[in-house]
Design a protein around this ligand. Sequence first.
Ligand SMILES: [Zn+2]
Length: 227
Amino acid sequence: MIFDPLYLLLTLPALAFSIWAQVRVKGAFSRFSRVGLRSGMSGAEAARSIVRASGLDGVSVERHGGFLSDHYDPRTKTLRLSPDVYDGRSVSAVAVAAHEAGHSLQDATDYGPLTLRSQLVPLTQIGARFWILPFILGYALHMASLLWVGVILFAAVVVFQLVTLPTEYDASNRAKAVLASTGIVTTSEEAQGVEKVLSAAALTYVAALVTALMQLLYMVMRASSRD
Ligand SMILES: [Zn+2]
C-alpha cells in the first residue's frame, strides 16, 4: 500500500500539513513560554482558579508527565497538566491549562460533542487496531468485501476525529472567555498570545482529520475498484 502511487499522492500532502502544524504548535508554545502574565499565574493556578470560579465541584488538577500531554479525563474529572504547563508561569502554560479547563466546563454542561466523543472511544479503538488486517488481506486476495470491512473500521477513526474538531474549538473558546472574565488574562497582548497558542494547537486537530480523511478516500477508491 505504501508503495502505491495513489496512496502517496493522497497522503503525502496531508502528512506535510501535519508536520507543519506540529512544528507550528511547538514554535508558538515555546515562544509564549517566555512571556509571563501580569497576573503572574502558573498553569496549575489558572486551572484551579477557573475550576473554583466556575463552581466545578469535584474537578481536580494534577501534574502529569510528558511534553504537551495535557488532557481532561471525564471519567475521573481530572485535569492532567504536563510539567511545562503545570509549573509554567507564562501565556502558553495558562492558555493550555485553560483549554483543558474548557473541557471540564463542557463536561459540566453536558456539551453534546464531548459526550459523543467519549462514547465513541471504544469503537474508535477497535477501528484503529483492526482496520489494517482485513484491508491488507482484501488487497492481497482481491476480495472487495474484506476491503470494505477495513474501510468501515477505519471510518470509525475518521468519525472520532470529526467529532473531536468542534470539541477542541469549543474548549478553546471557553478558555478565552473564562480567562478574560476571571481576570487571569488582562491585556490585549496576553489575549493575543493565548489566541496564537490555541489556534496553533487547533490546527493539529485539523491536520489529523485531513490525514485520516485522505487515507479513507484512498481506501474507498481501492475498495471500489475491486468491486
Ligand atoms: Zn482539548
